[in-house]
Design a protein around this ligand. Structure first.
Ligand code: RP5
Length: 211
């Protein structure tokens, strides 16, 4: 059997290096967004998946401007064998819920605080959604009984990526270990910062960190 990973323990922490480039040759996650203006937020999901070497396919699917394409996409996602769909949308944000109504693939919704880049004249008023992202959050999380969608926080696309990997980790034990490592890294970074804060005192710490 070919060696596909190296596992070792150092300082009581597990380390696991995959010799394979990724977990699957085909994308495991479908990332969709309602508009190109969502892409700057949604790239956070792609970045964390890339970091963990999880293949994803990314597309723009508008629930209201391309409704037929939406149902076609759901079929495509099933044919492709995606394990999870991450769907980001702003405003009325019906894309995640509509996709969930077409498929049994779990859908993670990213509520987006709309940056309306397409306005030629940009003013502060036209830039954001009237309800600051709460509109999208409620729209995604308040799916009626029978067609659930998980919602992460407003613009928290990276969290959607991590959540998707937690689902995938049920199937890929190596990924589960990498996610545990990720938690250890987070834990250690808090301890490191706390040590610095304790050493320098609050005023100096703030000056140094946020200069
Ligand atoms: C939603 O409307 C999209 O998800 C986007 O967040 C928002 C604004 O879309 P554009 O006007 O930028 O295309 O459908």
């Amino acid at each position: 059997m070919p060696l596909s990973f190296i596992f070792f323990v150092k300082d009581n922490n597990p380390y696991w290096f995959s010799l394979n480039m990724s977990y699957s040759k085909k994308p495991l996650v479908g990332i969709i967004m309602g508009s190109s203006s969502d892409s700057r937020i949604m790239k956070g999901a792609a970045e964390i998946l890339d970091e963990f070497k999880i293949k994803h396919e990314d597309q723009i699917v508008s629930a209201h401007r391309t409704p037929a394409r939406l149902s076609e996409y759901a079929e495509h996602a099933e044919k492709m064998g995606f394990k999870v769909i991450i769907a980001g949308a702003g405003g009325a944000a019906h894309l995640p819920g509509m996709i969930a109504s077409h498929t049994v693939i779990p859908v993670i919704g990213v509520p987006i605080l709309v940056y309306n880049d397409k306005h030629t004249k940009k003013t502060e008023n036209s830039k954001f959604s009237a309800f600051g992202g709460l509109d999208s959050l409620l729209s995604i999380s308040e799916m009626p009984t029978g067609s659930p969608v998980v919602a992460v926080g407003v613009n928290k696309s990276g969290n959607a990526g991590i959540y998707a990997m937690k689902i995938l980790a049920n199937e890929f034990p190596k990924l589960k270990i990498k996610l545990k490592q990720h938690k250890i890294v987070q834990h250690k970074s808090v301890l490191k910062e706390s040590d610095e804060l304790k050493k320098h005192g609050l005023s100096k710490f703030v000056k140094k960190k946020f200069k």
